[in-house]
Design a protein around this ligand. Sequence first.
Ligand SMILES: N[C@@H](CCC(=O)N[C@@H](CS)C(=O)NCC(=O)O)C(=O)O
Length: 201
Amino acid sequence: MLALIVKGVEFEDQCLQFDKREHKSQAFLKINPRGRVPALVDGDLIVYESHAIIGYIDKKFPETPLFGKTPAETARILRIISEHDSYAYPAGTAVLRPIFQGKTLEKNEETTEAVKTLHAEFKSIRDAFAGEQWLGGSTVSAADLTVYPTLMLIDRIVSKPDVAALGLGLAPFEDDTMRRWKGRIEALPGVERAYPPHWRA
Ligand SMILES: N[C@@H](CCC(=O)N[C@@H](CS)C(=O)NCC(=O)O)C(=O)O
């Protein structure tokens, strides 16, 4: 949705209710056999996996390129996305999964390791700006659109009082660079449409 919003493309969206297991319904499994979101339907074409969706949107609507204009920009953007997928996202999942399952987050070896990784990855993300406004350089790119939702999810969870009480120090937007970047994303016209409905409540 963020990619479509940045491109200024009209779209219809459908929010699936996880508590009703709509993402595992027969109808949705025909769209994505893995029963996961996001998925994009464009005429007869179905695309799932967020990077494939962003790549498709970028090729179809080439204005405002999301993967850079030069080979070096493309490399930087893809590197940041790959680092997100390989390090920050799995560590984030390891910390957030027990919370989503309604369990108490235990300070065991796995959690401690994941928290340590997240701290290191937050630093790597801050460094990736290299003094520029967006993660991939001077314009918004697929790197921003990939990393931002993960950090928003972490931010939302770690600011809940019971998790905050654990003192994990994992608030992603406390740092000035990160806070200003969040402000830039929030200023993209129409961006609020991409926020899950329960975030707005
Ligand atoms: N690699 C996939 C991950 C998709 C994914 O895990 N989506 C989550 C929501 S963010 C989901 O649908 N979870 C439901 C489930 O796993 O049953 C992508 O980038 O699209």
